[in-house]
Design a protein. Structure first.
Length: 202
């Protein structure tokens, strides 16, 4: 949808084959870069690749892994290493991308509206209503949901920060979203993002 709207897109993932295939399908305005969101150098390399396409104006944090394991199972306790891996990728990786991308955006010239960029974090209904075996996944997504408001508040308060606030907040928290929810009379960058999420859980 972004490419169809005229944007250039960098697909950043650790799964190279699928990422390159998607970039090819999207056409000349899409590229792929191998990026591990838990590694600072890897993320910086990915952001540099994005900057080659133009000014970075948006990031969608969608990296994540799923684990289904009971706290006490037939083979003993839940693996602590497995738990921490999920938290490291889903929560730590999201934060890593936010802090590095926001820093880059803060150095760019703002749009006529005063905005410099949009960062979208994807969590899950499991953040609030996890099921059996989802301790790690729910914890990681709950962390993503929980950190978003304090992070954006800091950005909004900074003089010359990443976001332009007008008279209110450019913070949207939603589940089972209709793309129309992202329309804003005062936020043109959000209007450029059409998310076909209606009826889905994400």
């Amino acid at each position: 949808m972004l490419v169809e709207s005229g944007a250039s897109v960098l697909i950043a993932d650790v799964t190279e084959a699928a990422g390159r295939r998607l970039a090819t399908e999207l056409g000349p305005h899409a590229r792929f870069a191998t990026v591990d969101v838990t590694d600072e150098a890897s993320v910086q390399k990915g952001l540099a690749a994005a900057a080659e396409l133009g000014t970075l104006r948006g990031v969608v944090n969608a990296a994540g892994i799923v684990l289904a394991e009971k706290v006490v199972g037939k083979n003993g306790p839940h693996s602590f290493d497995a738990f921490m891996r999920v938290v490291r990728v889903n929560l730590g990786g999201t934060f890593n991308m936010i802090r590095l991308a926001a820093t880059l955006m803060s150095t760019t010239e703002p749009e006529a509206s005063g905005e410099r960029g949009v960062i979208i974090n994807t969590a899950s209904v499991a953040a609030f209503d996890g099921q059996i075996g989802q301790a790690a996944y729910s914890a990681s997504k709950g962390g993503v949901a929980g950190m978003t408001l304090p992070l954006i508040t800091k950005m909004l308060m900074d003089d010359g920060g990443v976001y332009y606030t007008y008279d209110g907040w450019n913070v949207i928290q939603c589940m089972n979203c209709d793309p129309a929810q992202f329309y804003s009379d005062v936020n043109p960058l959000l209007n450029g993002i059409s998310l076909a999420a209606e009826g889905n859980v994400w």
